[in-house]
Design a binder for this molecule. Sequence first.
Ligand SMILES: *Cc1c(COP(=O)(O)O)cnc(C)c1O
Length: 375
Amino acid sequence: MLPYSTQLIEEDDIAAVVEVLKSSHLTQGAKVEEFEEALARYVGARYCITFNSATSALHAAYASAGIGKNDEIITTPISFVATSNMAIAVGAVPIFCDVKMDGNIDETLIETLITPRTKAIVPVDFAGKPVAVGAINAIAKKHGLLVIEDASHALGSDINGQKIGSFADMTIFSFHAIKPITTGEGGAVVTDNEELAQKLRLFRSHGIVKKELWTSDMVSLGYNFRITEFAAALGLSQLNKLDRFINVRENIARYYDEYFENNNLLSTIPIDPTYQSARHLYPLLLTPELHCVKEDIFSELHNRGLGVQVHYKPIYQNSFYTERFGALRLNNAELFYRSELSIPCHQKMSLFDAENVTNTVLEVLNTYAHRGSGF
Ligand SMILES: *Cc1c(COP(=O)(O)O)cnc(C)c1O
């Protein structure tokens, strides 16, 4: 099976991990700091605080922003559930804003959702394509809100050469196995704000401040959301390869863009030429006539060895959300969900693999298109 995304671990990644395993420190040592400094430098942010997942990083970001009971955040339903789940974890209410047909939050609708309770705007760079950071930052500034960007798909994405991670008040990255780079499990928050950085560090590690070698003080409630030294070593090694990984994914994506151009069964999502997408996902949008046979298309592609996936069921459709907040329907989010199919695009693939993907996808889509109209 050719998965929609997967990790690429090479010999030097393994050697970096083994070296740490043989060293004196398995946790709370120099590798974590080295990884954080390298990440901050790469994205152009002052501070980076790593976590054991992007989920705990989001939790820490919301808590450090002082978001709590009865506060609201404005976010997108086209994301992994963790984006809004962690706002609920700190007692806040996620307000879902509709998306554009590139899967990113529709910035023109954000202002209509702002209330006196709104504390933050939480966009997600879907598939790696940067959201409209300029417009979102302007709205946030006008209304005194924070921007907390879930860039779990977008490590390495940029706008005019400026990396995602340098625009929002806090930006979250994921190092889950299939994300742009991996530490197995892992995540990070980057920020330019020293006070937020300090709060994030306390939240990550029990709220304990080390005063002297022999004494410390616990000043706030914290967790243990730390990453290990060997995970950090893997992250450092992977970070050195990020630009190469993106280059491979970009070449595959461009091949797909060209191949699928002007196809009447599907459309693709254009990326502005001044933007770089990390190309975490390659989404196809199926034409409405194929929506009723999408499940069959999905199964048939799996039968033929293509591990396609759908990103995402709108978060508000999950039973936890409907039971807690009631039913919601946002037109574009619904349409995007019915249309979207992510096809394989990752750094382990060759252009030959990509050619097989395009041939198989078109063959299967054509079969079902004829079946759909033949009766
Ligand atoms: C993967 C992902 C997360 C969660 O990341 P973990 O590191 O697995 O906790 C959060 N948000 C988005 C958009 C993601 O894709």
